[in-house]
Design a protein around this ligand. Structure first.
Ligand code: ADP
Ligand code: MG
Length: 256
C-alpha cells in the first residue's frame, strides 16, 4: 500500500525540507518508489534537488489550480525518486483554492490518480498552518513532525496537534501521527540533550529513536542539488536519514 506522509511543523527552519528530501532519497535508496511533493511556495525541496521551474503551469500550482497533469521530474538518475516541484507562484494557490468549495481537500482528490505508481509519497509542508498545509494533511495518511533540538522546540506543538485533531474530525479520519523526529541534534551541546530528554518524557513512544545530527554536509547538499545519500553517503547526516528510513520501514509503514 502506498504511504502518503506529510512533513509538517508550522515553525520555519526546523528541518522539514531537509527531512523531506533526504528521507525521501534514503527510502528510494532502499528501493522504494518515492514521490516528493513540494507544497511550499519557497520551493526549497525543488531547488534543493536542482529543479527550478519558471513556468507556473508546470508546477504543483498548475496541477492544483488548473488541472494540468502532474509535472513529474526525476532529479537523480540513480534513484527511484520523483519530484512534483513548486515555485513562488504556489503562493497564489492559497487564495485561488480558498475561493473553491471543498478548498481543503483539493490535493487529496487530485492525488487519487497518483497513488498507485509509488510506494511512498512525501509532502513537504510550508511553515504555516494555512490552506496548503491543511490540504497536505487532508491528503496524507500520516504526519511526521520534525522538532529542532532547541529551547523552544515544543512551542507551537500544541497548536499543530490541535490542527491535526480538527482535520481528523472534519476531513481525514485516518490521519495519524507517524512520529516526531528530533533534528539538528548537537551532542556536544548540553541543551540539546536536555531538550531531547524532555521531548521524550512528554511524547514518549511517538519520538523516533533516530535523531538527525547537526551536520554541515546536510546544509551543503541543497546548493549542489543533491540529496545527502548521493552528495556524501558516508556523512553522519546520510547515516541518520538511512537509519530513519529503516525505522520507518521496520514499523508498520503508515501506522503510528
Ligand atoms: P524547514 O523546511 O523546516 O524550514 P529546512 O529543512 O529548510 O527547514 O532547514 C533550515 C536550515 O537548516 C537550512 O539551511 C538547512 O540546510 C539547515 N539544516 C536542516 N537540518 C540540518 C542539519 N541536520 N544539520 C545542519 N543543517 C541543517
Ligand atoms: Mg521548508
Amino acid at each position: 500500500m502506498t504511504c502518503v506522509m506529510a512533513i509538517a511543523n508550522q515553525k520555519g527552519g526546523v528541518g522539514k525540507t531537509t527531512t523531506a528530501i533526504n528521507l525521501g532519497a534514503a527510502l528510494a535508496a532502499k528501493g522504494e518508489r518515492v514521490l516528493l511533493v513540494d507544497c511550499d511556495a519557497q520551493g526549497n525541496a525543488s531547488s534543493g534537488l536542482g529543479v527550478r521551474v519558471v513556468d507556473a503551469e508546470a508546477t504543483l500550482y498548475g496541477f492544483l489550480c488548473h488541472d494540468v497533469p502532474p509535472p513529474l521530474h526525476r532529479p537523480v538518475d540513480s534513484l527511484p525518486l520523483w519530484l512534483l516541484p513548486s515555485n513562488p507562484t504556489l503562493a497564489a494557490a492559497e487564495w485561488e483554492l480558498a475561493a473553491q468549495s471543498g478548498a481543503e481537500t483539493v490535493l487529496a482528490h487530485k492525488m487519487d490518480g497518483l497513488w498507485q505508481d509509488f510506494d511512498a509519497i512525501i509532502l513537504d509542508c510550508p511553515p504555516s498552518l494555512g490552506l496548503l498545509t491543511v490540504n497536505s494533511l487532508c491528503a496524507a495518511q500520516s504526519v511526521l513532525i520534525p522538532l529542532q533540538c532547541e529551547y523552544f522546540a515544543m512551542e507551537g506543538l500544541t497548536l499543530l496537534l490541535e490542527t491535526i485533531r480538527k482535520i481528523k474530525m472534519r476531513w481525514n479520519p485516518h490521519l495519524r501521527i507517524r512520529g516526531i523526529v528530533l533534528t539538528m541534534f548537537d551532542r556536544r551541546n548540553n541543551l540539546c540533550h536536555q531538550v531531547a530528554m524532555e521531548v521524550r518524557q512528554h511524547l514518549g513512544g511517538r519520538v523516533f529513536k533516530t535523531m538527525i545530527p547537526r551536520n554541515v554536509r546536510l546544509s551543503e547538499c541543497p546548493s549542489h542539488g543533491l540529496p545527502i545519500t548521493v552528495y556524501d553517503r558516508n556523512s553522519a547526516g546520510a547515516r541518520a536519514y538511512m537509519a530513519l528510513a529503516d525505522e520507518l520501514l521496520e514499523t508498520e509503514r503508515c501506522g503510528g
